[in-house]
Design a protein around this ligand. Structure first.
Ligand code: ARG
Length: 469
C-alpha cells in the first residue's frame, strides 16, 4: 500500500525506492508519530469529522500498532516508504477502512515536522540532565580541592597560578551556557506545526490550541507555509550540540595534556583509559580522544544540514527528509559523551605535588610588575623593569627571589624588602578576589552561583526564563 498511486503499469526503480525510503532511520519516530495521530484523531472528532466510535476505533488501533512496535513484533513491508506510511498501512489492516479517515485534513508535511519536534522536546530535558551531570562532577572536583593551586596557561605557556577549582569551574560555566541555550531555544522548538496541512492550512475546523495543549506544545506556528518549511529548530539544535561538542573537546584536550607524563597533573581512573597492545606501561586516554573527535562529527552535522537548507524554496521539499539522521546521531552522540565524561571527571584525581612542581617562580613576574604599580610606577615601565629582571635571573640561573635587593634597586628605586613577600603563588591567587577571580572567596562565590543554577530542573528553569503563555 502506498499513500499515492503510480501510473498504471509503472513501478518505482528499486534503487530509487531505496534512496527514497526513510524508514530505516525514521522508524525511531514511531512513539511520537502515534502520539500525534492520537491527538489528531481527537481533534478530528471534536471538529465533527469522526464519530466518537470511529475516534475510539482509531485510537485503540493506534495503541495496538504501538504495542506491536514496542514489542518488536511489527512486520515492515517493502512498500513502507516511511514510518508514517507504515503505521497507517498497519492501522488499516487492523481496523479496516475507517483508518482512512485519520489523514483527513493532515499532510505528512505537517505530520513529520510535528513528530521531529516531539522527538526533540523529549530529548531536551535529557540533554539538560546530561550537561548538569557533567557540571556537577566539575563542581564536586572544585569543592573537594579548593586550595589546590596549579599553573594557568595562555598559548599553552605557563602564565599565572590559578586554583584547580577555577579551572574546573571554567569548563562548568561553558556547559552552563549550553544549558541556557537549550532553555532559550525551547519555546521555538515547542511550536506546533500540526494543522498546517500540506502548506496552506487545513480546511476543517480543527482546534489547534487544544492540540497544542494535548501534545505539550507552547505555541502555534503562525503561518502554515512557514510551518512546513521551517527546520530552524533542527539547525539550532545542531548548533547547540556542536557548541557542546567544542566545549567537550576543549575539556578533553586539557585533560589529555594534564594526564600525560609531561604534565602529570591528573590521574585518570583506569575505567576510562585503555592499555596498549604493544607497550605494557601505557594507559591511553581514549575516552577523551573520542570526545575530541566526536566534536568534529557534531560540527559536521551542523554544516551538513545547513547546506541542505541553503537554497531550498519555501514549502516542503524532499531534501527535508535529510533532517532526521543528523538529529538522531547528534542526540546519541551527546548522550554517550556526556555520560562518559561525567564519570571520567567524577573519578579523576588531581596530583598536587606535580602541580606544585610546575609552579615556577617566573609565573609570578606579573605580580612583581603589579607590586611596582602599587608603588606608583606606570605599568608599562614596571613591565619593562620586570622583563629585565627576568632576563637577569635567567642569565644567573637563579630564581627571581634570589636576586639581591640592591640589584633590583639598580633597575628601579621603588623596590624595597617587601618584594620578597610578593613571590608566593598562594598570595598571588588570593589577590584576585574580584568577582570572577581565582581567590578562594571568589571561587566559593562561583561555586554557589553554579550550584544555584544546577538546583533548578529543566522545567523550573524554563518557566523562570520565560513564563508559560
Ligand atoms: N518521509 C518524509 C520526511 O521525512 C515525510 C514527509 C513526506 N512528504 C511528502 N510530501 N513526500 O520528510
Amino acid at each position: 500500500m502506498r499513500l499515492w498511486g503510480t501510473p498504471e503499469g509503472s513501478a518505482l526503480d528499486p534503487a530509487f525506492e531505496r534512496l527514497n525510503a526513510s524508514l530505516p532511520f525514521d522508524r525511531r519516530l514511531y512513539p511520537h508519530d502515534i502520539r500525534g495521530s492520537i491527538a489528531w484523531a481527537r481533534a478530528l472528532a471534536r471538529a465533527g469529522l469522526l464519530t466518537p466510535e470511529e475516534r475510539d476505533a482509531i485510537i485503540a488501533g493506534l495503541e495496538a500498532v504501538k504495542a506491536e512496535l514496542d514489542a518488536g513484533a511489527f512486520v515492515f513491508q517493502p512498500t513502507d516508504e516511511d514510518i508514517h506510511t507504515a503505521i497507517e498501512r498497519r492501522l488499516t489492516e487492523r481496523i479496516g477502512p475507517v483508518a482512512g479517515k485519520l489523514h483527513t485534513g493532515r499532510s505528512r508535511n505537517d505530520q513529520v515536522a510535528t513528530d521531529l519536534r516531539l522527538f526533540l522536546m523529549e530529548a531536551w530535558p535529557r540533554l539538560d540532565q546530561g550537561l548538569r551531570g557533567l557540571e556537577e562532577a566539575l563542581a564536586a572536583q572544585a569543592e573537594a580541592h579548593l586550595d589546590l593551586i596549579m599553573p594557568g596557561y595562555t598559548h599553552l605557556q605557563r602564565a599565572q597560578p590559578i586554583r584547580y577549582a577555577h579551572w574546573c569551574l571554567a569548563h562548568a560555566w561553558a556547559f552552563e551556557r549550553d544549558r541556557a541555550r537549550l532553555r532559550d531555544a525551547y519555546p521555538r522548538l515547542a511550536t506546533l506545526p500540526l494543522g498546517s496541512g500540506a502548506l496552506s492550512g487545513t480546511p476543517f475546523p480543527i482546534d489547534r490550541e487544544a492540540l497544542a495543549r494535548e501534545l505539550g506544545f507552547r505555541s502555534l506556528s503562525p503561518n502554515s507555509l512557514d510551518a512546513v518549511s521551517d527546520r530552524d529548530f533542527v539547525a539550532e539544535f545542531l548548533f547547540i550540540a556542536a557548541m557542546i561538542g567544542i566545549h567537550l573537546s576543549r575539556l578533553a584536550e586539557d585533560l589529555i595534556l594534564f594526564a600525560s607524563a609531561e604534565f602529570g597533573f591528573i590521574a585518570l581512573d583506569p575505567a576510562y583509559t585503555t592499555g596498549s597492545s604493544l607497550m605494557p606501561q601505557k594507559r591511553n586516554p581514549d575516552a577523551l580522544e573520542l570526545a575530541r573527535a566526536r566534536a568534529g562529527r557534531l560540527v559536521g552535522h551542523l554544516t551538513g544540514f545547513l547546506t541542505v537548507l541553503k537554497g531550498l524554496p519555501s514549502g516542503y521539499n524532499k531534501d527535508l527528509q535529510e533532517d532526521k539522521e543528523p538529529v538522531f546521531d547528534t542526540v546519541d552522540t551527546l548522550e554517550i559523551l556526556l555520560t562518559v565524561l561525567s564519570g571520567l571527571v567524577r573519578t579523576m584525581r588531581p596530583r598536587p605535588e606535580r602541580m606544585r612542581q610546575a609552579l615556577e617562580e617566573a609565573m609570578l613576574a606579573t605580580e612583581l610588575a603589579d607590586y611596582l604599580v602599587r608603588k606608583g610606577v606606570p605599568f608599562r615601565e614596571a613591565h619593562r623593569v620586570i622583563s629585565e629582571l627576568v632576563r637577569e635571573s635567567l642569565r644567573q640561573a637563579k630564581p627571581l627571589s634570589a636576586l639581591p635587593l640592591e640589584l633590583m634597586r639598580r633597575h628601579h628605586p621603588a623596590f624595597d624588602a617587601e618584594v620578597y613577600t610578593i613571590l608566593d603563588p598562594e598570595a598571588a591567587v588570593e589577590r584576585r578576589s574580584i568577582p570572577g577571580g581565582t581567590a578562594r572567596a571568589a571561587v566559593e562565590a562561583q561555586i554557589q552561583a553554579l550550584r544555584a543554577c544546577l538546583d533548578r530542573s529543566f522545567q523550573e528553569s524554563l518557566s523562570g526564563a520565560r513564563p508559560d503563555p
